[in-house]
Structures are given as C-alpha cells and as structure tokens.
Design a protein around this ligand. Sequence first.
Ligand code: SF4
Length: 678
Amino acid sequence: MIKSVCTYCGVGCEIGFNGKGIVPLQDGVVSKGKLCIKGKFGYQFVNHPDRIKGALVKEDLLKEFNYKPQDFKRWKGNFRKVPYEVAYKITAHKLKEIKERYGRRSLAAIGGARTSCESGYLFQKFAREVFGTPHVDNCARICHAPSLKGLRETVGEGAASAPFDEIYRAEFIFVIGSNTTEAHPIVSHRIIEKAREGTPLAVVDVREIGLFKFAKYPVTLPLESNLLFLNALARVIVERGLYDREFVSKRISNFEEFKEKILKDPTTKPELFRKLPGYEGVTEQIYSLAEEISKRKTVFLWGLGVTEHIDGSQSVMAIANLALLTGNVGKEGTGLIPLRGQNNVQGACDVGVLPYYLPDYKKPEEIGYMTPDIIEGALRGEIKALWVMGEDIAHVHPNLNKIERALRKIDFLVVNELFPCRITEFADVIFGVKSAYEKVGVYINAERRMHLSKPLFESSLPDDWEVIAGVSKEFGHDFGFKKSEDVWNSLRKEAPVRFGDATYKLLEENFLNAPQWPVKGNGGTEILHKDSFPTKSGKASLKFNPYRIRGMVEELFKKGKLESFYLTTGRNLVHYNNANQTNRCSTLRKFKTFQEDVLYMNPEDAEKLGHPERVILESKYGRSSPLPVEENPHIKRGTLFTTFHHSKSEINRLFGDEADELVKTARFKSVKVKIVKT
Ligand code: SF4
C-alpha cells in the first residue's frame, strides 16, 4: 500500500493506493478512514490521453533559435514537442534576452497551490535570486490571502491556530462563509458528527447550505454583510460585558481603544437590521450568538465566503476579534481555522511564493507585484515575460477579458501544466510536468500539517522543480539539486522556524499523524498561541474596521427593497478549481448534473422571469455563456449562485477589478448582473 495525500482541497486527507485504486486510511489523523468522492476517484486523470506529455515550443520560437520545426513532432496548433533540454535552453535564452533588454523587473512568476512546497520554493528562488525580479505571487491571491493578512494583523500568525480535531473538543462551532459539505467534506463530517451529538452549531451564509440542517443557529445574510454582522456581534460582547476579562487583560494589547471605536460606530448596532428585508431574525440571533461564544469553548471556521470580498481581510480580523474577546484561541476546544481551497495554499505561502514574504515569512528587501498588478504591468508593457506554474489565470481569475489582453501583450509566456487549458492557448513554451500523484513532495494542509506525498504512478515527466532547475542551469545558475529531498533540505535551512527540524525521515515516519509546523525536535505544534502571540509585545491586537455600505446591502438599506440581481459564486463537491483534472476522471464525469455550471435562482424570481431554462448573465465587465437554470428555494430572492468550474461557462468574465482593499483578492462573492433570457 502506497501512502500519500489527496491532491485536491486544503483538508489534505491521507490516501492509500493498492495498485487498483485509492482507499481511505483508517489511521489517518485527518481523513479518519473517510474520503470524499474527489479523494476516491479523483486520481483517474493521471493517465488521461489529454495529458501534456512533453515540452512544447511554438514553431516561430524554434525558428528564432535556428531549429527546424519539422525536425520535431507536431503537437496541437503551432506547437512542436521538443526534448526538455531544448525547451530549457530556449526558455533560458529568451528570459536572458528580456532581462538584458528590459531589466530584472520585467519578469513575473505566478505559482499555483497544487504543486509541492519544493516546487514553490524553487520557483520563487529562481525568480528572486536567479532572474532578480521581486514579482512573485501564488493563487492565494484569489482565495485566502485575506486570511493570511487578517490573522497576521491580529494574532500575528497567518495560519490556523488549531487542528481540525479541535472541532471534537469544542462546545460551540461557528462556521461562516464556508459551504463545508461541498468544499471541505471531511471537515464537515466532524462538524455534523458533533452537531448530531448535541454541540450547538452556528452557520452563517448567504444561502441555506447543507450544514443548515444541523445548525442550532442558521443565519442567512444578504450578500456582503459579513463585516456588518461580525462587528455587531463584537459590539454586543463588549457592550454587555460578555468578554473574557482575564484573557483580555493578559493577552490583548488594545482592548480599550477597540471598545471605544466599536461603540462609537453606528453601523455596529444590531438593532440596525431589525426592520430590514433580508435580515429577518438576525438581530435576535446576534444576541444569542454573543452569549454562546462567550460562555462556550468555540472553534471558528471560515472559507472563501469571507475572503472573496472587498473587506475580506477585515472580516477575517473581525472573526479573530470575536475569538480574542471571548478567549477562544490558544486553548483546547477553541481555534481560528481558515478552510483553505487547494491542497497546498498554506505551503505556497509558507515557502515564500508571495510578493511580500520570503520563506518563513521573512520580509524581502523589495516588495513585488500582486497578481492584479502583474496584469496591469503587462498591459503597460512593463512586464514582458511571465512564468505561470499550475494556475490557469485565464480561467480562474476575474476580469478575463482584461487578463487575455495582458497575456496577448506579454512577449514571452511559459506555462507548467498537466492538461491543455485556457492559459496554454497563450503560451510560448509549455512544460508538461508530473502531477501530485506521480511525485515525491511536501504538501501543507489548512491546519499546518505537513504530508510527505509519495507517487502512486510512475512517470518519466519532470517535476515542476526539475523544470525550474533545468532552465536555471541554462540561465547560468546550477542549484545542484538531485532529488526533491535536496530541495526540501535547502528550504529547511531558509525556513528554520517552521521547517528546521522537519526532515523527510520525520515526515515519512509520522505520515499518518503528520506534524503541524512549527516542528520542534521530533514533534509538531498542534495549538498555536498557547502562552503568547508571535508579535513584538507577545500580545494580540483587536482590529476594528468600520463597515462601508455597498452593493446589495446598499439597495436594502437605502431603498428598503431589492431591485437588482447579484451573483455569487462557489464550488461543488465533484469539481476542483478549473475542473481540468476532475473533468478527466471517468467516475466523476458520470454525474450529469456536474457537467456544466448551473445557475441557482429563487423560485419566485424564476416565476417573474417566466421560468427560463437557460439565461445569459451580463455585468459591466462581460457576459457569461447561456447557463442552465435550477430553481432553488434555499437561495434568497435577488441572489444568484453558480460555480465557475467549466471554462465554457465564462463566469469569470462577469467579475472586474474590485477586490479586497488590503490584498487584492477578487470580489468573487458579489457582482451586480442583468439577466438576459436566451
Ligand atoms: Fe481530498 Fe478534500 Fe475530499 Fe479530503 S475532503 S478527500 S482532501 S477533496
């Protein structure tokens, strides 16, 4: 039995491969012997005939370097399949030429979060140390960058403070902006199990999601009300003196200042919601929730329903405020747990694939561009070369019309990918690489747990890090790494705080109970912040951010009714990201309902529109394709929901540049749309 880790969501379930298929591992500390459908069948893409099995170079580029295209086998379009060494040489020379002509800031590097820590680490190291550019980013930019920011600003560390198992020890569970049953199924099992045993559960969302059935406090809010709601909750805790006095006095640096600000701000009054449509019952729920989280050990969990907003980082701070006020952090049965999307988002950030941090969150001398600024830089003609590793920015990012313009303008685009997808259409060089199920590497899940993944299948393709090393050697810098363990050991030296003691041997020997960073000696750290916070004073800070009214909330507050439609997007159980892998798994494809993105609409809205079968959505940024409509009573009037998995739906053309004000994570959770009937 080969022991490895699921390549999909940030839960990071342990998997076993018995030669025929994937089986759950009973003793896995994360999976507890269970896997969701992606975990069980999501490996089938590995041998799909569409796999990019080689290095592909555009014919024109081959000619530019005096190769005859006809000497190489034709791939799709005007690509030829060439030996990797040829592609390394061409890529390195092209990058050198661009650097000499336009300077070291002319390259940008965008890494994915589904490749290993080793690859992410070497990617940023090549960009920064070999090419010399500061422009390094990863796909946390469109998901959990606000969690990193919000947590660092309050508790000093941008990661989950506790393991998922704290859910078992909690007396109250608070879930906000996370459709856990679909997006993080194995975590939802823990929540449901506890709720069935009688632990009170609060679920706050814009739709009546799967977890609502188990919630003592099911709270539905109009789109973009999170910060409004969370601030009101904090106000009640402060105003009614429900906070943990001992914790507040010993562990928090600025309670009085926070108290003054929150009590002064009129938008924090829970009575504000009392007569507003869309907020029925919310005022009473706030009073009850304030009591519950103040008297019970509470675990807070959130997902992209919190982060993908203009005030995503601020809402994460607001969740942290609640945990801090009530002493629900740094102790058993408590915790702050952001549910990460991809299986190595945490790792990609930890190893420095960010414009503002080096490995171990050390500060770089020069801060680079975040992805939206890279796109702007390309449009201005400042970014001339782009290397994208495992992230289809021409599908999963917002404002696709703009991204396409930028990609067309770039002189040289290198892409590492498993399958042809939107971004490969713009590439000059494509490197087919090993998938997670074909290589050795470390992946860090949403609870900071480090799994050393083992290959389930053999592959002659290079790992991402080997491609980077190959190009680097031609560029004039030989890293000298022979195997992924060498890369990991180099990272350990550069990130001693978290990974110093985390040898491959330790990770391998403890695979089923893998340590959580920081690793000290032979063990990990399950709960952070037990005695102090990693801040200068050792204390945490409360951060009050006033709510600014906008979008759907503005219509409700100012007009008292809703006249427009607002779209919010998310994920479904079967698919992952751009569905590039899951669409190529025969068992997952059997689910007819998941073969296209479906638009969910309240039945009363549908009736008004004459029960359309398909509609096109239009925003000020672009149009979707015709989407099948499903009427669903669990969605509020005026709210529309769909997924973005299938490129043909063109959902992300509807979103623009509006983004989190601090870290530019796209506002995927709300855009005003018109419905065009087909
Ligand atoms: Fe994989 Fe996530 Fe499902 Fe676990 S919950 S099996 S990590 S997709």
